[in-house]
Design a protein around this ligand. Sequence first.
Ligand SMILES: C[S@@+](CC[C@H](N)C(=O)[O-])C[C@H]1O[C@@H](n2cnc3c(N)ncnc32)[C@H](O)[C@@H]1O
Length: 267
Amino acid sequence: MSDPQRPRASLRTAVVWEVLKDALERRAKAAGREPGAAEGAEHGAHGAHGALDVLDTGGGSGNFAVPVARLGHRVTVVDPSPNALFALERRAAEAGVADRVRGVQGDAHGLFDVVERGGHDVVLCHGVLEYMDDPAEGLRNAADALRPAGTLSVLAAGLGGAVLARALAGHFTEARQALTSPEGRWGDGDPVPRRFTADQLSELVAAAGLEIAAVHGVRVFADLVPGVLVDTEPGALDALLRLEEAAAELPAFHSVATQLHVLAERD
Ligand SMILES: C[S@@+](CC[C@H](N)C(=O)[O-])C[C@H]1O[C@@H](n2cnc3c(N)ncnc32)[C@H](O)[C@@H]1O
């Protein structure tokens, strides 16, 4: 998994990371304090020093959890994979945030066997709905894990991006299969079990009882551009990052994005 702090890898995560960072900042301000604020700050539902309680369902090895902890927040990662949790522990220790990252073996379907209902300011559900037997139930659990006025961040594979990528690679039959199959898969060899359109993902989030605050298309161009262009042209990476940011908010580009990001809030 990439690290949002590293430049080349940031192409995969930059848009989500910027949206998420802003959302965390807004949530911390709404809670009345900044992360890492002075000792003696008022302790309340959000704990000491303004740190938020963040839950990362299917958080894996901490691609987002560790950078979020570096902002000063407390992160609980729930993931069924012991290997991912082991990697998370090592990564958190290397980043010096082991005291703020807790890995718990568990499943988003049985989320409340391992975490508290209604106990989190922000819940991340990144790259996991695709792998769940029942994404609607996964999102309902994610929503129920939020405190009132909490924020949900959902990232999932986009259908149109996969269709476009298969077509541009000359795999036209696979592209059509992805377009027409109910799960948006291009064939038996497709490693992704399920993809979503922006409407499908938004409807699932709304059905979980949340208000949608923003939808972004992620990796609209990054996966289609030959790597050599980005790596060898001076300034190309920065220019591509800025282009991704500009396109991310525009609904016209959501239908061809590799991933879709939905930010939503609980009343
Ligand atoms: C593609 S990785 C995404 C990891 C991380 N969220 C990120 O964005 O980098 C998918 C993760 O979902 C986890 N996963 C798969 N099925 C799950 C389920 N039913 N509940 C919770 N996590 C699950 C996997 O173990 C894996 O770590």
